[in-house]
Design a binder for this molecule. Structure first.
Ligand code: DAH
Length: 364
């Protein structure tokens, strides 16, 4: 065997021996790289006699081609086996049980939101919304509470800094402001509920500076006080899941309703435990009344032609009562242990079976 044949055999053996792509590359560099064996041999051609150079050149090229081809073939083989090795190594066992994940909970307040919307939704109310930042007109004046009206003192208002046309904006103290916004935008018949955030400067176990109300408003030509009572009695029965709830309507005062009433539901408070539905005690749960003619006038609606009723319920209070949560402040502390205890598994259908909330939609 000639020297060249021996060299070729030896180089091909080196290629064959490479166990990884990195090994193979090292072989390539040592044979064909700038200072590789074949490259060095090529460099000697210049100093050879022409005859010798031709024969040697051919031989070197043959070796170069043979080794290059062998490297290519080996590279493909190695790549394939490396992929196969990775596939087996990284295979996922899809039969393994998944690790349990923490499922989020629905805040009891939003559960209550959904339940209330579902109940009134079934009665034909639509959901309306308004801004949290309000002006004096919508929150007070148009609700028959002009400046210097003593009723303004019933609501400890947060005023925003700065003035516009001599007026300071506020964060709304009541969702009643949306009564006005709705009647400005839409002529009767109106039949809306307004769940939303409200704000007052107050803080104890049953009051938070930010809290939630749901407002109700019906305006048409015939709605009267009997409808108001029927609607609210139906609501409390459905909400508290009771066949019968004793109720009483106590005369009260709100500037935007006349007559005005507060609704109490029957309860017992034996051994410090509050039970709704029966007993000799009463629990106030909402304010209501017939829409005051001045409110209709402020919205350019003729009170001789139209009438209706309104009500306002504290949503946080409803949630506290139904789900036996003693302190309102815990609602807003974002304590995960609390939400895991009091929260609801998502997609719990409201107990009325009334289906998903918000289907009524807000047409405004
Ligand atoms: N806006 C009243 C409040 O925050 C609640 C209320 C009472 C709303 C009577 C009404 C109503 O619509 O008719 O204290």
């Amino acid at each position: 065997m000639s020297e060249m044949d021996t060299l070729q055999t030896e180089l091909l053996a080196q290629v064959e021996k490479a166990a990884s792509l990195a090994d193979l590359d090292a072989v390539r560099v040592s044979v064909l790289g700038k200072k590789g064996i074949i490259t060095e041999k090529m460099k000697t051609l210049g100093s050879m006699a022409p005859e010798e150079r031709k024969a040697a050149g051919q031989q070197f090229n043959t070796i170069k081609t043979a080794v290059s081809e062998a490297i290519e073939a080996k590279k493909e083989a190695l790549e394939e086996s490396e992929i196969n090795a990775r596939l087996t190594q990284e295979a996922v066992d899809i039969t393994l049980p998944v690790r349990p994940e923490h499922q989020g909970r629905v805040h009891p307040l939003y559960q209550t939101y959904d339940e209330v919307i579902a109940i009134f939704g079934q009665m034909g109310f639509e959901v309306a919304e308004g801004p949290d930042i309000e002006d004096d007109f919508h929150n007070f004046t148009a609700l028959n509470t002009p400046k210097d009206h003593p009723a303004r003192q019933m609501q400890d208002t947060f005023y925003l800094q700065g003035e516009e046309n001599g007026e300071r904006f506020i964060v709304r103290t009541q969702t009643s402001a949306v009564q006005i916004r709705t009647m400005e935008a839409q002529k009767p018949p109106v039949r809306i509920i307004v769940p939303g955030r409200t704000y007052r400067c107050d803080y104890d176990a049953t009051h938070a500076p930010m809290f939630h109300q749901v407002e109700g408003l019906i305006v048409d030509k015939t709605t009267n006080m009997a409808h108001l009572k029927g609607c609210l009695i139906e609501f409390v029965k459905t909400f508290f899941e009771l066949d019968d709830v004793p109720v009483r309507f106590r005369p009260s005062f709100f500037p935007f309703t006349e007559p005005s009433a507060e609704m109490d539901i029957g309860c017992s408070r034996a051994n410090g435990e509050l039970k709704i539905g029966a007993g000799s005690d009463w629990l106030e749960i909402l304010g209501c009344g017939m829409v005051h003619p001045n409110v209709l006038k402020a919205c350019n609606i003729d009170p001789n032609e139209y009438q209706g009723f309104a009500f306002g319920i504290g949503l946080d209070r409803l949630a506290m009562l139904k789900y036996a949560i003693p302190d309102l402040r815990t609602f807003f502390e974002s304590d995960l242990r609390w939400i895991r205890h009091y929260g609801f598994v998502p997609l719990d259908i409201p107990s009325t079976g009334a289906g998903l909330s918000m289907t009524g939609g807000n047409k405004r």
